[in-house]
Design a protein around this ligand. Structure first.
Ligand code: PLP
Length: 389
């Protein structure tokens, strides 16, 4: 039996990239908004139904740029906290901390795994005038429901606090009403990292429908240049170069196929694992499926699945196994509430293998090993129960 790795990243072939990259070669223009970058902005905007787009060199620098833009626009930069869920990737918190702000962690909802709007209301009430921004997320690349997104926006607007969404894994994501992620005044930040579903190596995108923010983001991602080479703001260099823009244009050409295949694999995982007590995020049909995210019925089953899969060389991992507030770098950051749901999800989280070309046979093997481990764990639990009586 051959091994099944956790992920098997696949970028567009050189042959698919070449016709785009040739435009840059012909123009002798390799960054600072060359022909591929300009084409990409337009193509991504079209894809999202018309929205301002700023390609960036990765999502983490995109988050720094987007956070800086909203702080400047709202004048909240002297406040200490950025509210965010702890059930996310460390880059969400890193982007705030590198700017001298403190993450203030809140819980997620048990079924959607998304930032809890009640917890957000409570933290904004508890820390009036102290929250610089709220950093919502697309947990595992899935947008929160339309109603939840609307509540986040309303709560932030009422508190006078700007909102940014770390939608890193969520390019192509749909919410429960079928609306595409990113077509919003709220800036959304995406990653095009090699391991994401829209994969180009290193890269990302910021979107917003807010013209003022768009201009700030544009300037801040290019040294703060708002007019020619005059530094109006203190910016960074987060620009996407032409080779990555060419790769992204090629990736967009096959993106619908890639996304459809991953959703099909995810649906098979869902149909065949739900009967055994495994749980998937609510609203997950619109997910982007960077991996097969699922929650085991209990921690013992998670442990069993990881052990049995490892023995068969099947790359099942635990993700997010460690919430951000439990990483050493963020252990001193404030937490609002006990984060019970976060800790519970972290103890049961699994990520099943995913790839554009994961075969039906490989999908079967992943499911079989997961079900077998779950049965063994259930028998062990029943057995120990009998022994205890
Ligand atoms: C992948 C990811 C990032 C980081 O993206 P990069 O492009 O690698 O910087 C940030 N936040 C979340 C939630 C992610 O999943």
């Amino acid at each position: 039996m051959t091994a099944i790795p956790f992920l098997r990243p696949q970028l567009p072939s050189l042959a698919a990239i070449a016709p785009y990259y040739r435009l840059a070669e012909e123009a002798r223009f390799f960054s600072n908004g060359g022909p591929c970058e300009r084409l990409l902005r337009a193509a991504l905007s079209d894809h999202l139904g018309g929205v301002g787009t700023v390609p960036v060199n990765n999502a983490t620098s995109g988050l720094i740029v987007a956070i800086k833009a909203v702080l400047d626009a709202h004048g909240t930069g002297d406040r200490p906290y950025v509210v965010m869920p702890s059930y996310t990737f460390v880059a969400t918190a890193g982007a705030a901390r590198i700017m001298g702000l403190q993450p203030l962690f809140i819980d997620v909802e048990p079924d959607s795994w998304q930032m809890d709007a009640d917890a957000l209301a409570d933290v904004l009430d508890t820390f009036p005038g102290q929250v610089a921004a709220v950093l919502g997320t697309h947990t595992f690349g899935l947008p929160a429901s339309a109603a939840t997104q609307q509540r986040w926006k309303q709560l932030c607007a009422d508190a006078g606090v700007p909102l940014v969404v770390d939608a890193a894994a969520g390019f192509g994501g749909l919410d429960d009403t079928g609306a595409r992620s990113g077509r919003d005044t709220v800036p959304h930040v995406y990653s095009f990292h090699a391991t994401k579903t829209f994969a180009i190596g290193e890269g990302g995108l910021i979107t917003t429908l807010d013209e003022d923010l768009l201009q700030r983001i544009e300037a801040l991602h290019s040294f703060g240049f708002a007019q020619g080479r005059l530094a109006t703001y203190a910016g960074i260099n987060a620009k996407m170069d032409e080779l990555h823009a060419a790769t992204a244009l090629a990736a967009l050409d096959s993106f619908d196929t890639v996304l459809a295949r991953r959703r099909e694999i995810a649906q098979t995982y869902r149909e065949r694992l739900e009967p055994f007590g495994f749980r998937f995020q609510t609203g997950n049909a619109g997910g982007t499926w960077q991996a097969g995210y699922v929650s085991a019925p209990d921690a013992a089953t998670r442990t069993a699945v990881l052990a049995v899969a490892a023995g068969r060389q099947i790359g099942v991992t635990a993700y997010y196994e460690r919430p951000v507030h439990r990483h050493p770098a963020y252990a001193g950051s404030p937490v609002h509430g006990p984060l019970t749901v976060t800790d519970d999800l972290a103890a049961r989280a699994l990520a099943l293998p995913m790839a554009n070309d994961l075969s039906a046979d490989e999908v079967d093997r992943v499911i079989d090993v997961t079900v077998e481990a779950a049965r063994t764990a259930a028998q062990a639990t029943a057995g120990s129960g009998v022994a205890a009586v």
